[in-house]
Write a protein that binds this ligand. Structure first.
Ligand SMILES: [Zn+2]
Length: 231
């Protein structure tokens, strides 16, 4: 029955359903298009009038309708609209928070409690994976660089500017803003960045689970005997 089984959506989703809950949530989030809610701010057109005075009788004046000020619609970024995004963020924040407590981490200022900071840092990690900020210039968004020696293609390497993501990474200032921290860049590097990296390693772990799970589907294919060899 399994012979010649094609890799279909059902097969892939079936394998993914066997993942642990956090890894499964992550796989679902990767399939979803996470984006910001777009909020339309509508300014209606405005009527305008101008006062005209009679040339002959200065006591006589009247309001005349002139061209309206045109209305406009502007779109601004609202919050991220994905329930899964916040579910995964909370999972990640939980792990970061646990590490903070283990290390007796004290924030640089009395800014809320640790769980808020953990949520902020988890959001930085997730956004950098899911939202395209802009393309990495170094590798033109490919995430890898082709290596040549003379005219000869000798291999590939992961782009070190974007760590293979193909996206331009967030700057320190952007990270601090996203995490809603009230600290200096130096403090982020020295004390907070470590927890961002813990978040990254958790994502890497989930992705390894997804890779292993999907590999099971492909394993079947290798077991099918080659028809040519049978003859
Ligand atoms: Zn790059």
């Amino acid at each position: 029955m399994a012979e010649g089984k094609n890799i279909s959506k059902d097969v892939v989703l079936g394998e993914m359903a066997l993942l642990s809950r956090p890894a499964h949530l992550w796989s679902m989030l990767l399939l979803e298009k996470v984006d910001f809610e777009r909020i339309a701010i509508i300014t209606p057109p405005q009527k305008q009038t101008q006062t005209f005075y009679s040339r002959y009788d200065f006591n006589y004046h009247y309001e005349r309708r002139i061209k309206d000020i045109p209305g406009k619609i502007e779109f601004v970024h609202g919050p991220i609209k994905s329930a899964n995004f916040f579910r995964v963020r909370n999972q990640l924040a939980f792990i970061i928070h646990r590490e903070m407590i283990k290390n007796n981490f004290k924030p640089n200022n009395a800014q809320g409690d640790l769980s808020h900071i953990a949520k902020g840092l988890a959001e930085v990690v997730l956004r950098s994976h899911l939202l395209v900020k802009s393309m990495c210039n170094h590798c033109s968004g490919l995430g890898k660089l082709e290596l040549f020696q003379g005219n000869c293609h000798v291999g590939q390497k992961i782009c070190n500017k974007c760590q293979g993501t193909g996206k331009r990474p967030y700057t320190l200032f952007e990270k601090i803003t996203i995490a809603k921290l009230n600290i200096r860049k130096a403090a982020y590097i020295k004390r907070y960045q470590k927890y961002e990296l813990i978040g990254e390693s958790v994502i890497a772990e989930w992705e390894n689970m997804i890779r292993d799970q999907l590999a099971r589907s492909f394993y079947y294919e290798m077991g099918i005997p080659n028809k040519l060899e049978e003859v």
